[in-house]
Design a protein around this ligand. Structure first.
Ligand SMILES: [Ca+2]
Ligand SMILES: [Ca+2]
Length: 350
């Protein structure tokens, strides 16, 4: 039997490995590690059929030093940077655990290898653009060692239940103007618009409904050269002034994403949870609209400025340039656009 550098071992086989002689004297074992705050192993298994690993050569010149150990790997310029990488694709995942991926390192012992891991959906070609899950690691394996590496591996936003990514005014804002023009809700992905309106509720301090009409639109959030990330925005245009002390915004489970997934604000809790925010309202305005708002003379109302410094919900970070909350790339460790790298400090791709 030909030796393949890429093996797929069930998690349950871990104990056996310690006793057995590894197939490759120098190898990396990638342990795919979902973040439970985003998705459970079962969520990934429901959508990921195969795993594609793309290994970046540590130095220019490609993979000629690998001496044939690329085995089943396919050399190609997978990220379009003019240099070849090697891609390995797993067989279809069977069982109830994510596979451990073993890669023979050969002469690259002692050198840092950059690995990108893609979760391919059913019937998809081995193409990173089709991936529904993403992860990556940088790993160095000493000669003669078998090195285990935990690899963050999570479903991409469009493949997870939709939730609220950001809201304007900021969730929990305490001094919003009584003549606010609108409350804006930005969802984590694009939704089926028909499923949205009835799910959004706004109520006053007496729990009575606040009158508004919703306008829905989709925006594309482009990060680098990667495929744009579509999101649905619901603008709740207020039909009354806010003459009470606070207002409660509630987004109930109900909206469904384009991928057919139902809303859930808290993935780590079983069942679907709503999004909740209470806004405190200023009865009087001293000197016009407060900071963070601008006056709109046409509607004689204060409009919340879209800015993200303090508005991002869990799992998002503020991209000051785009003035948007974007997904924290540290959840994947890599960026959807392979030309960009994820900053450990900011969680932004750059
Ligand atoms: Ca390349
Ligand atoms: Ca939940």
């Amino acid at each position: 039997m030909a030796r393949s550098p890429l093996l797929f071992l069930p998690i349950a086989g871990t104990a056996l490995l310690g006793a057995a002689c590894p197939l490759f004297p120098t190898a990396l074992q990638l342990v795919l590690t979902p973040n439970p705050e985003l998705n459970a192993v079962g969520d990934l298994l429901g959508q990921v059929e195969r795993v594609q690993v793309i290994v970046e050569a540590p130095a220019a010149g490609g993979w000629q030093d690998l001496s044939g150990e690329d085995g089943d790997g396919e050399r190609a310029d997978w990220d379009g940077d003019g240099e070849n990488e090697v891609s390995f694709v797993s067989p279809a995942i069977a069982g109830s655990a994510l596979p451990v991926l073993e890669i023979g390192v050969g002469r690259y012992a002692g050198q840092a290898l950059e690995l990108r891991v893609y979760g391919l959906p059913k019937e998809a070609a081995a193409d990173p653009d089709q991936a529904v899950a993403l992860g990556g690691a940088s790993a160095t394996c000493a000669s003669g060692q078998v090195q285990r590496v935990a690899v963050p591996f999570n479903l991409k936003a469009a493949a997870r239940p939709p939730r609220v990514a950001e809201v304007f005014p900021f969730a929990g804002a305490t001094n919003i103007p009584y003549n606010l023009y609108a409350v804006t809700v930005v969802f984590s992905t694009a939704l089926d618009h028909q499923t949205v309106p009835g799910a959004i509720l706004l109520s006053d301090s007496q729990a009575s409904p606040v009158a508004f009409h919703a306008e829905l639109r989709d925006i594309d959030l482009a990060i680098g050269d990667a495929a744009a990330e579509p999101r649905t925005v619901a603008e709740l245009i207020l039909d009354q002034v806010l003459d009470f002390s606070y207002a409660d915004l509630r987004v109930e489970p109900g909206p469904v994403s384009r991928a057919g997934l139902g809303f859930d604000q808290v993935p780590e809790e079983p069942g679907a949870q709503p999004f909740l925010s209470r806004f405190g309202i200023a009865a009087e305005l001293q000197g016009g609209c407060p900071e963070g708002y601008r006056f709109d003379p046409q509607n004689a109302a204060c409009v919340a400025e879209m800015g993200c410094a303090s508005s991002c919900t869990a799992g998002y970070v503020c991209d000051a340039e785009a003035q948007r909350c974007v997904e924290d790339c540290r959840l994947y460790r890599v960026c959807a656009d392979p030309q960009l790298s994820c900053s450990d400090e900011s969680g932004l791709c750059g």
